[in-house]
Design a binder for this molecule. Structure first.
Ligand code: MN
Length: 246
């Protein structure tokens, strides 16, 4: 590994432009695992696409800073908090930690939520996804909200009206029904502090760091464009998993 920079330079000099394109890909080797934690749920996972894969809706620089700085910091601070607060991460799932978050510090709450939320956020986006959900999720959305368009409006409103920093959610409540909600800061519906508790299956980051470089103060434009990226295949799977647990 010590030779990586040299090898990388040689590789780039040999491959020219193709190498430069590859250089913009996320590097798994950049992720530094915590020496205290081996449970992968607590580790930042590789981004499933290149930083520029979600353009033009989310720009490459926003993705790179968001993933390598903001989200990486939540993972690191979560690891530190788990050591400080003696969480056994080998036997404690991240979901069960969130389910009991009121027993821990504000640092734990912010960073456990921050890490969980971002890991989910990268996964529930993809380039060129299905335009709308299908199957059981489509049926449940129509039943709960009246139509897909009405659901989109409700979710977008939750995202637009969340004051300051936070997230908008589509979640499966304990009775198996769907709901839209929003939470402040890095909170989420899994926390025992949530106003609308349940299992999140879709989340939208409306912190300014998620959109400001491209959209500045125009959060509604970011939200409207983000719909082009929703990985409905995965959200449908999350819905099925959440329903099965009822
Ligand atoms: Mn974020």
């Amino acid at each position: 590994m010590k030779n990586l920079p040299q090898n990388r330079r040689q590789f780039l000099s040999k491959t020219g432009k193709a190498g430069i394109a590859l250089a913009t890909m996320p590097l798994i080797s950049k992720i530094v695992p915590s020496k205290f934690i081996s449970n992968s749920e607590y580790q930042q996972q590789p981004l499933p696409y290149a930083y520029n894969a979600l353009e033009p809706f989310i720009d490459a620089m926003t993705m790179e800073i968001h993933y390598t700085k903001h989200a990486a910091t939540y993972a690191k601070n979560l690891a530190d908090a788990c050591v400080a607060e003696k969480v056994n991460t080998e036997t404690t799932s991240l979901v069960s930690l969130l389910n009991n978050i009121s027993k821990y510090s504000a640092k734990m709450r912010n960073n456990a939520g921050g890490h969980y939320n971002h890991e989910m956020f990268w996964q529930i986006m993809k380039p060129a996804p299905l335009v709308t959900p299908t199957g059981a999720l489509a049926d449940a959305i129509a039943k709960t909200f009246g139509s897909y368009a009405a659901f989109q409006t409700a979710f977008s409103e939750a995202a637009k009206t969340r004051f300051a920093s936070g997230w908008a959610w589509l979640l499966v409540k304990k009775d198996g029904s769907l709901a839209v909600s929003s939470t402040a800061n890095q909170d989420n519906p899994l926390m025992d502090t949530a106003e609308v508790p349940g299992t999140p299956i879709l989340g939208l980051d409306v912190w300014e760091h998620a959109y400001y470089l491209k959209y500045q103060n125009k959060r509604p434009d970011y939200i409207n464009n983000w719909w082009n990226l929703v990985n409905w295949e995965l959200v449908q799977k999350k819905y099925g998993d959440a329903i099965l647990k009822k």
